[in-house]
Design a protein around this ligand. Structure first.
Ligand code: PLP
Length: 464
């Protein structure tokens, strides 16, 4: 490996998907038609789609072979048992429930632990997880370490929980009012920043002290394990699979979107460590009404099969080195261009600090959304706002909240884009930076739904 200047792809391409490149005029018309909301664009009008790394991966030849191997039996399919074996081997949990995606796992699990008047604490809630906490009648409290809020300050494990603040929150509300602690690994909303093993251990100790259940929001657990191996003292020679085992040993349960590190296009999991937990019966009941019978949980047999294979591919060390290497390559290009991002770069993409790029645009005019629209106009690149536009309004007062960050997220789909694509992304950002002072205003919302508004809202540019 060390003979190469960059970390190269540990695979070759077997099937290609042609892309269309529109003109700038065509793109300006398309984004206007989409009400300046990138979720409203047709994907065929996008050249490089960095909207999300969720469900956008390229499956391997082994997974495509698994599509034919899938057992489509309603109950007790062979593919279900193959998935169980993989999960028990990787996570070491007593009960595993497949579901159709991560939020389905949240939907069937969180109401068992939360209700009106209760709170859930996290290093930082992902948007759908926060929504499920609120739908259950509870309130979500974020306690990420302070340093995470300074994107330009490099530090390892900026995704960590501030354990002291977490304990204060427990004492303030009363331990009996805290239904759940959720560790999001990696911390998506804080820029894909990893959580250290030590932090997981400390959070687990506090949870045990107060008798609060601890869950892992595990979408990017493999990337998190890679960062622990790379950056945390004592783990350099520990295999990824052993690191994963230790990470999960600290929690009581997990929900997972398998559309990320498990490298499938659709799927999710819920895991409960204790095979005798009374939660399991309730979880199964919720699953049967909402997702389907427990041995398929809303997935087809071929999806159970490809998930069982993808879980192993996702913890492969050569793959992970290439995967994180892509994010590092793009980040190094942005360093050259003087563009600020959540540093050091996290696992699944680069989170550009749009507030630093457009200091003239206030949070309530959504600077990160401004950069999203500019990147689309510039080169047909689709990204997403992880800032005040995504955060939305206070559920109690209806007032626009101010997010800790105004990030434009350049999420990297797994095994999909090449280094040449990343060069175009970096060059486009540099071009936008060169004219950033000429962009005087942001956007205002002309229509929004009450919850998770960023997927559907309509926006309009503010003019002088
Ligand atoms: C994607 C994601 C979810 C939700 O999963 P879906 O599969 O999109 O429903 C929850 N938490 C985190 C941290 C995620 O990244």
């Amino acid at each position: 490996m060390s003979a190469f200047k960059y970390i190269p792809e540990p695979f070759r391409i077997k099937s290609v998907e042609p892309l269309k490149i529109l003109t700038r005029e065509e793109r300006e018309a398309k984004i206007k038609e989409a009400h300046y909301n990138l979720f409203n664009l047709r994907s065929e009008d996008v050249y490089i789609d960095l909207l999300t790394d969720s469900g956008t991966a390229a499956m391997s030849s082994a997974q495509w072979a698994g599509v034919m191997q899938g057992d489509e039996s309603y109950a007790g399919a062979k593919s279900y048992y193959k998935l169980l074996d993989a999960c028990k081997d990787i996570f070491g949990y007593g009960y595993i429930q497949p579901v159709h995606q991560g939020r389905a796992g949240e939907k069937v699990l969180l109401p068992l632990l939360l209700e009106k008047g209760k709170f859930a604490i996290s290093n930082m809630f992902f948007d759908t997880t926060r929504a499920h906490v609120e739908l259950a009648g509870s309130r979500a409290i974020d306690c990420v370490v302070e340093i995470a809020k300074d994107p330009s300050k490099r530090a390892p494990f900026k995704g960590n929980m501030d354990v002291e603040r977490m304990e204060q929150a427990i004492l303030e509300h009363g331990a009996d009012k805290i239904g759940l602690v959720v560790m999001t690994i990696t911390n998506n909303a804080a820029g894909g920043q990893p959580v250290s093993m030590q932090n997981l251990r400390e959070v687990s100790q506090v949870c045990k002290k107060y008798g609060i259940p601890m869950s892992i929001d595990a979408a990017r657990y493999a990337e998190n394990a890679y960062f622990i191996q790379r950056d945390e003292a004592g783990y350099q020679n520990v295999p990824i699979k052993d690191i994963v085992r230790e990470m999960f040993s600290y929690a009581d349960m997990f929900t997972m979107s398998s559309k990320k590190d498990a490298i499938v296009n659709m799927g999710g999991l819920v895991g409960i460590k204790d095979p005798d937990s009374p939660l399991i019966l309730q979880l199964k009941a919720n699953c049967i009404v909402a997702e389907g019978f427990v041995t398929y949980g809303g997935l087809s047999g071929r999806e159970l099969e490809t998930l069982a294979i993808g879980l192993y591919e996702g913890v492969d060390e050569n793959y992970l080195r290439y995967r994180i290497g892509q994010a590092e390559y793009l980040a190094a290009k942005l360093d050259e261009a003087g563009i600020v991002y959540q540093a050091p770069v996290g696992g699944h993409g680069v989170f550009v600090d749009a507030a630093a790029l457009f200091p003239q645009i206030p949070y309530y005019e959504f600077p990160a959304q401004v950069l999203c629209v500019e990147l689309y106009k510039e080169a047909g690149i689709r990204t997403c706002d992880i800032g005040s536009y995504m955060l939305g309004n206070d559920p109690d007062t209806g007032k626009q909240l101010k997010a800790d960050f105004e990030f434009t997220r350049l999420a990297l789909p797994r095994r999909v884009y090449t280094q040449a694509h990343l060069d175009i992304v970096a060059d486009s950002l540099a071009a936008i930076k060169a004219r950033s002072a000429n962009i005087k205003h942001g956007y205002h919302i002309t229509w929004e739904p009450p919850i998770l508004r960023h997927f559907q809202a309509h926006l309009e540019p503010i003019s002088d």
